[in-house]
Design a protein around this ligand. Structure first.
Ligand code: RUQ
Ligand code: CUA
Length: 661
């Protein structure tokens, strides 16, 4: 009796939850439907994974690195959020990396991953990620797995359509999700949206040797929302495709008001043409302010410079540069196939999946086969550019990836499934449920000209019933399916950090051979490095005290420091003298209102500490580094402001014995 009413309650609750939160949540026997072939994902102890999987951390602001097919977590790379574990955003050297025109920003929301490519194929050099909230793009160096550069994007708000990449990493792009008023007067009534709000997309050039990013130009667009993008490749190299919604230009209750029209757009940009217009002087200089932050591996220091200008192209002055293609119902994903001929638009609210043909787009442009204009920009005829529609594919299509055999894999949020279909004849070949409400999906190499194939990984929005409960918030979930056969086969569930959005996977062999083991101490150009114990010292400069310290298994030099006074700011500049792989040392001091430092072999890092009381403060190494790790510690003495305790320091100076026995 009690059991029955309990069951009814559970069913009702589940149904309500399905309607509100998870339209795809089907009350199926989750345990039996869950059956996967875990053996296929098994990587034996001591064996390496086949792929690195770079996964966006969503609202964690970080990027995570997993092995595939094991789903084992290797690393959280701090990118847009501070990370006390690594001292990122807390050490004096790393603070500039999070500087913006709005000041220091300790958090962001990282959605999309782009691994660098050469000739449209992975080259394993860098991975890019976007900051969705305060618009930025980051570049991570895959030799060190460290954030090497962060570039802020001006004239943008909600950098969602980013950081997708061209065939030779010529550019990464940034399309604004929110249109906003631009230029001098931005203090305008919100309901003047239609007159005053504009969008931009930015083309950010990437230096082929250093990887350094710079905003090459921006294109001014109508005040719509840009969602996602993909570059053309092969025959469509030189073009870029952006999905847009809110062609209604609504500024309130978008869930209703931005879903009025039957079709929104995919915007096709001829970026080679845009380059010509820039060369011809058609771009206007606009005064803006945005941060450009770079990390230097020799000085182990980040610098932040405020850039003051961008070049903006107005389509009104630049004919034949951009076109709109109608696309059903608020397209989200916009994905080009490995040949570059087909562009798949995924209308979140649409019942079919349109596939556009690049050849037909070119023909329609040549024939001026337009159905009209939108804000002065030509709109191509839907039928003229359509390769065809996948019929009844599923509900709520979001994203499409490709294998190397002419197949596409589309995620369906509402019907919670991955659907495999043939790009050529648009026939649905297979479908497999996900648990639950899949967002992005990823085939290794899926966005490149040469997909590596083998697996498709689902990155889900809802995790109910898959893992042990952990209070109101459950872990996020990814699922791996084997796609080597005709039928997709679930082989593993694995939890993820933050909320996973897009991810990319790349063969381990392309990364691991380049992975850096140490920083060479003789190359350390940090101005405050102590490259040996004989360089260690403590210096007072007015109210600043600088401690030049070294660390090596298993002691600090110096480890006894006196002469600090209340009102001082103490800077610990600490150099890890180790030259062995995987021997970082950590540094923490009692009462410091900052994070630890975690210092790599050969690196120098600085902690600023303002003592809050007098007394003796122990400090210690936080990373278990040897059998004598617990001994790796020291003391610092803080005296009252007026005290005359002189600066003194040392290691291994033992005081005369007071032992009287
Ligand atoms: S999104 S779930 Cu932010 Cu890439 Cu599509
Ligand atoms: Cu160094 Cu523990």
């Amino acid at each position: 009796m009690r059991f029955d009413s309990f069951k009814t309650h559970v069913v009702l609750t589940l149904t309500a939850a399905c309607l509100i939160a998870a339209p795809g949540c089907k009350p199926k026997g989750t345990q039996s439907a869950a059956g996967g072939d875990a053996a296929a994902a098994y990587v034996a102890p001591g064996k390496y994974d086949e792929f690195y999987n770079f996964v966006s951390g969503g609202f964690s602001g970080q990027m995570t690195v997993y092995g595939l097919p094991s789903g084992r977590l290797f690393k959280v790379i701090p990118v847009f959020s501070v990370d006390p574990e690594k001292g990122y955003g807390y050490s004096e050297e790393s603070k500039p990396m999070l500087n913006t025109s709005n000041g220091f920003i300790p958090w962001d929301d990282l959605h999309h991953i782009a691994i660098s490519t050469t000739n449209g194929e992975h080259d394993g050099r860098w991975v890019f990620g976007n900051a969705n909230n305060t618009p930025r793009i980051a570049r991570i160096d895959l030799k060190t797995f460290k954030t090497a550069e962060i570039l802020e994007i001006p004239n943008s708000a909600g950098n969602h359509s980013s950081p997708f990449i061209t065939e030779n990493t010529e550019y990464v792009v940034a399309g604004t999700r929110f249109s906003v008023p631009l230029g001098g007067n931005t203090d305008v009534p919100i309901d003047t949206y239609k007159e005053n709000f504009k969008g931009t997309i930015s083309f950010i050039s990437v230096d082929q040797n250093s990887g350094e990013m710079n905003i090459a130009f921006q294109i001014l667009t109508p005040g719509i929302n840009f969602d996602l993008a993909r570059a053309g490749k092969g025959k469509s190299h030189g073009w870029f495709f952006f999905s847009c919604y809110n062609s209604e230009k609504a500024n309130t209750l978008l869930e209703v008001n931005a879903s009025q029209k039957d079709k929104d757009f995919i915007m096709a940009v001829n970026w080679k043409k845009a380059e010509e217009y820039v060369k011809a002087g058609k771009a206007k200089r606009q005064a803006v302010s945005y941060a450009h932050n770079k990390w230097d591996d020799k000085t182990h220091t980040g610098t932040s410079v405020m850039e003051k200008e961008v070049l903006v192209l107005d389509p009104a002055d630049c004919p034949d540069m951009i076109y709109f293609m109608p696309c059903p119902k608020s397209p989200h994903g916009c994905d080009t196939d490995p040949t570059g001929e087909y562009i798949v638009g995924s209308g979140k609210l649409a019942a079919t999946l349109p596939v556009f043909s690049f050849t037909k787009i070119q023909n329609a442009i040549a024939a001026k086969d337009f159905e009209g204009t939108y804000d002065g920009i030509p709109v191509l005829k839907y039928e003229s550019v359509l390769h065809g529609e996948v019929q009844k594919p599923g509900l709520g299509p979001l994203h499409t990836e490709f294998d190397g055999n002419g197949n596409a894999y589309t995620s369906f949020f509402v019907s919670s499934e991955i659907v495999k279909w043939s790009v050529k004849d648009l026939k649905v070949l297979d479908r497999v449920p996900t648990y639950y409400s899949i967002g992005h999906l990823s085939v290794p190499g899926g966005p490149t000209k040469k997909p590596h194939g083998k697996y498709v990984i689902a990155y889900n929005k809802i995790t109910k019933d898959r893992f042990l409960p952990t209070g109101p918030e459950l872990t996020q979930s990814a699922q791996i399916y084997d796609i080597t056969g005709e039928k997709m086969k679930l082989i593993l569930d694995f939890p993820t950090i933050g909320e996973p959005h897009y991810a990319e996977a790349i063969p381990a062999s392309m990364i691991m051979k380049n992975s850096q083991k140490i920083y060479k101490i003789e190359e350390n150009a940090h101005p405050h490095a102590a490259k040996g114990d004989n360089f260690t010292r403590v210096e007072r400069k007015g109210k600043e005290v600088h401690v030049y310290m070294t660390m090596i298994r298993s002691h600090f030099t110096p480890d006894n420091i006196e002469g600090i006074k209340m009102g001082d700011d103490v800077y610990f500049h600490i150099t890890n003298l180790e030259q062995d792989w995987d021997i970082p040392h950590g540094f923490a001091i009692k009462g410091a209102n900052t994070a630890e430092l975690l210092i790599m072999p050969g690196e120098t890092s600085t902690m600023k500490w303002t003592p809050s009381e007098t007394g003796i403060f122990p400090f210690y190494c936080t990373d278990f580094c040897s059998a004598l790790h617990q001994e790796m510690s020291g003391y610092i003495r803080v005296s009252p402001a007026g005290s005359n305790v002189p600066i003194s320091f040392g290691t291994g100076k033992t005081s005369p014995s007071t032992d009287t026995n």
